[in-house]
Structures are given as structure tokens and as C-alpha cells.
Design a protein around this ligand. Structure first.
Ligand code: HEM
Length: 460
């Protein structure tokens, strides 16, 4: 910790400057503030709310890892409060409830477990991609977000529920989630409005939560009545025992299932939607990707064995997650007064960490920070560029680090390789969409494309 003499108050971006820019384009405004701060901790005055913005990788490490105990998620930050209303107290909470859920869930997502399911996921993805051949042959544009939701749901519902939830119901869950994620926006933008004051979106939010429960609870109850030895998430939760040796309560299983479905499908779909406008604007990258996938996969179905050879595909996805990390803000609450980078952090203040901002700042990524360039992830580049370990943290840092990182990494390569081994694509609008203010990094408009078949549906 700095000595008293060295402790300063944070420089503040005044409301007259911060507010109009944030309303025009919140994501752009935050990156501009990040570049202006040059990595110092600053305060952003948004009228009544004045969060600290933490962008320096060394400070990210302190807040999320070394001093995580004094920077909890905080029940009262707008984002976490909305999340808690959906998922209750479990893996997305804090304290004992979170720790108990993490102990039960973490073993289910270890790489060895996920690796064992890779061909099951590949089959589900291939089956869902088969459904695109009709539109491709007819030259009908497809809604990329909607089709990716369907593909992601097919893969995840098999891994999580052993297909006990139909893809149709899974899509209803995703639709409800979409409502939830966007209905949170007014609360995120006006974090100090008390919860007893109704805001636009609240009613839609509650109805969407109910519709998710209507689908999940009967499936959960059935699994409780007839436990089995399945390897899927639901079967494992039903078999799991809490620290006291008791079966988990229905409420706890419900909260963890909803949390897991919410964080898995939304994140994967949103991130992968950004890939297509990026590729359309970088034909050199797209051509290299096609070459690699054609060489490794050919016309056959994608299998787990192919993944290790798809090294350029991996680099493209890493770069995609740099520019469009699904979790764009990770709010925390300072539980005590602290000093971060020589700046005093007041007890009770909101501290905002943003992979989106840090990963786009020139201080850590150079003058071309916002350009799409997968070469940044070529072997040895991180060390050669002297990059701080936490200049890139799309999956978070420390005790709350994402449980689904390995799952996403496998699932995403399988989806991209399956799609591009069968089709080429043309967007109906090649401009880069803006980013919508929501709980995840959603595009502000629908992305549409026309697929052109390059290979027949492979025999499986
Ligand atoms: C592109 C995909 C994904 C991204 C970018 C992403 C990002 C993140 C981030 C940044 C966090 C940390 C939140 C914080 O510090 O407060 C997180 C937590 C979490 N993620 Fe992911 N995630 C992704 C996919 C998934 C998937 C597929 C799963 C499914 C297993 C998953 C499960 C979780 C869980 C359970 C947590 C909470 C962990 C805890 O608090 O202990 N995520 N994720």
C-alpha cells in the first residue's frame, strides 16, 4: 500500500463530459476514458453515481485476485442486483452461497471432463448446422444471432441436460434471457434508482424469469424423482451432496441451473455473432481461416481430434474475445477504504473493471489496439510484446474466474469449423454494428448473412 504522502484522490471525468458521451455510445466513451486515464484509476461522474474505473492490468490483478476479499461483487451494484433477481443465491453470488456452489460445480467443468464430451458436442453442433442447408440452397438470409443460439443450445442442452430439454424449449429460455439481458439496461444506466421505483423493463424482466422457471422446474423435479447416473450437469447436481452430506435443496439446484444456462448460452452466442462482421471486413483473415479448416477438416464432420490442428482458428477466436468479451463490465464494491495505484478508493464505492476497455487500450495493446489482428495471439507474441498477463482477461481473474472457459474454447472452434467447412457467407450489411448497452456485449442490430454451400451435408 502507498504511504499517506503518495496517496492522491482519483482524477474525475466530470459529468458534463462523461454523461453525454456515455449516452451516445457507452462502450466508446469508456474506452476513451481508459485511454485518457493511461491506466490510472479515475472516477467517472455520472450524475449521482461516481464509480472508479480500473483499467491497468496490475490493478486488475490486485482487485480481482490479490485483494478480492475486500472487493466483493456487492449486492447493491445494479448489474449484480439484477443478476441476483434472476439466479438467486448461488454461483453468481458471493460469500458462503457462492463458495458452496463453486465447490459442487467446478469439478464438472474440469478440462478432462469437458474433453470427454467433445465428440458429443460435435455431433449436436453438426446436427444443428444441418438445419441451415435449406436456407443456404435457397439463398435466404439468416439471422446470425438466432441461428447461433440454436446451434449453441443444441450443444449445451446435451451437455447440461442430456437432451431432457428440447431445443424448442431451450430457445424459449434463450428468448427469455434476451429479454432479461436487455431489460437490465435501464438499471445499469441508472444504478442509483432504488429498486422500489418501477423502471422500464422491470415487468418484462419478471415475466421472463417466470417463463424460464416454467420450463426448468418440471425437468428438475422429474430428475429428483428419478435420479440416474448420467454425466450431464442436471444428473450430477441431483446426485451432489452439500458439505453437510445432504442432497442440495431444490432452490439451490434451480438457482445453479438457471445461472449456468444463462452464462453459457448468452455469452457463447453473443461472442460468436461478432465474428462474421469482423471476417467480412478482413478478407485476408477469412481466407486463412478457410484454408486451415479446409486442410484440417476437409468435407467430413469435425471431430475432437481436429481441434489441436486448428491453431489459426484458435488465434482468431482469441482475438475475437479481445475485442468483444461477453462480460464487458465486472462491477465490484469496495468493502473497506483502500489504495489502488496510489489513489484512494472510498469504502462503499463502486469499482468497475472492464475487459472490454483494458483489451482495447493503446497503453497495453499499442497504437493499433482496436484493429482486428489475430497475429497478436501467435505463439510467443505475448512475451515478445512484453504484455502484462492481465492485459487480456475475457474470462475474468481470480476466485470468480469463469468455469466455462474450456467448454467455450472447444465449443467455439467446433461451431466455427463446422460452419466454415460447409459454407461461405456474405453479410447483408457489412458495416460493424455498434454495441448495445446490456448485461453482455450484444450487437446493436441484427446481423444477417446469406450462406453458400461449399460441401454437401457430410455422412455421420
Ligand atoms: C465467451 C464465453 C464466455 C465469457 C467471455 C465468459 C466470461 C466470464 C467472466 C468475465 C466471468 C467472471 C465474472 C466476475 O469476475 O464477476 C465469468 C464467470 C463465470 N462463467 Fe463465464 N464466460 C463465458 C462462457 C461461459 C460458459 C460456457 C460457462 C459454462 C460453464 C460459464 C460459466 C461461468 C460461471 C459459472 C461463472 C461464475 C464463476 C464464479 O463466480 O465463481 N461461462 N465468465
Amino acid at each position: 500500500m502507498a504511504t499517506d504522502a503518495a496517496i492522491t484522490r482519483a482524477r474525475t471525468v466530470p459529468a458534463w463530459k462523461a454523461l453525454p458521451a456515455a449516452v451516445r455510445d457507452t462502450h466508446r466513451a469508456l474506452v476513451d476514458v481508459g485511454n485518457w486515464s493511461d491506466g490510472d484509476v479515475v472516477r467517472v461522474s455520472l450524475g449521482v453515481s461516481r464509480p472508479y474505473l480500473v483499467t491497468n492490468p496490475a490493478h486488475v490483478q490486485e482487485v480481482l485476485h490479490e485483494r478480492a476479499a475486500i472487493y466483493p461483487r456487492g449486492d447493491d451494484t445494479a448489474l449484480w442486483r439484477s443478476v441476483r433477481k434472476l439466479v438467486g443465491d448461488g454461483i453468481l453470488a458471493e460469500g458462503d452461497a457462492w463458495a458452496a456452489s463453486r465447490r459442487v460445480l467446478a469439478p464438472m467443468f474440469r478440462p478432462a471432463r469437458i474433453n470427454a464430451m467433445v465428440d458429443t458436442m460435435a455431433d449436436a453442433i453438426a446436427g444443428a448446422v444441418d438445419g441451415l442447408h435449406g436456407a443456404a440452397t435457397a439463398g435466404t438470409p439468416i439471422d446470425v444471432g438466432r441461428e447461433l443460439s440454436r446451434i449453441v443450445c443444441s450443444a449445451i442442452m446435451r451437455v447440461f441436460f442430456a437432451d431432457r430439454i428440447t431445443v424448442r424449449d431451450a430457445l424459449r429460455i434463450m428468448k427469455a434471457q434476451e429479454t432479461i439481458v436487455t431489460a437490465m439496461a435501464p438499471r445499469i444506466l441508472a444504478p442509483l434508482v432504488p429498486w422500489w421505483i418501477p423502471m422500464p423493463g422491470d415487468r418484462r424482466f419478471r415475466a421472463a424469469v417466470r417463463s424460464i422457471d416454467d420450463i426448468l422446474l418440471p425437468v428438475l423435479r422429474q430428475a429428483q424423482r428419478q435420479p440416474d447416473d448420467g454425466d450431464d450437469l442436471l444428473s450430477r447436481l441431483v446426485r451432489a451432496r452439500a458439505d453437510d452430506g445432504q442432497a442440495l435443496s431444490e432452490k439451490r439446484m434451480r438457482d445453479d441451473l438457471v445461472s449456468m444456462v444463462a452464462v453459457t448460452t448468452e455469452t457463447s452466442t453473443v461472442v460468436l455473432t461478432w465474428l462474421w462482421p469482423l471476417l467480412a471486413n478482413h478478407p485476408d483473415v477469412a481466407n486463412r481461416l478457410y484454408d486451415e479448416i479446409d486442410r484440417v477438416v476437409g468435407g467430413g464432420p469435425v471431430r475432437g481430434d481436429h481441434l489441436a490442428e486448428l491453431t489459426y482458428t484458435r488465434m482468431v477466436l482469441d482475438e475475437l474475445l479481445r475485442l468483444y468479451p461477453a462480460g464487458w463490465i465486472l462491477p465490484r464494491r469496495a468493502a473497506t477504504t483502500d489504495v489502488l495505484g496510489g489513489v484512494r478508493i472510498n469504502k462503499g464505492a463502486t469499482v468497475i473493471l472492464s475487459p472490454y476497455v483494458t483489451q482495447r487500450m493503446t497503453a497495453w495493446w499499442g497504437p493499433t489496439a482496436e484493429a482486428f489482428d489475430p497475429e497478436r495471439f501467435a505463439a510467443g507474441r505475448e512475451a515478445a510484446d512484453g504484455r502484462h498477463r492481465y492485459a487480456y482477461y475475457p474470462f475474468g481473474v481470480g476466485m470468480h474466474r469463469c468455469l466455462g472457459e474450456h467448454l467455450f474454447n472447444l465449443e467455439a472452434i467446433l461451431i466455427v469449423a463446422t460452419l466454415l467447412s460447409r459454407f461461405r457467407f456474405a453479410l447483408t450489411d457489412t458495416s460493424m454494428p455498434g454495441v448495445k448497452v446490456a448485461a453482455s456485449t450484444r450487437p446493436a442490430r441484427t446481423v444477417e448473412m446469406v450462406l453458400k454451400p461449399v460441401a454437401p451435408v457430410p455422412a455421420r
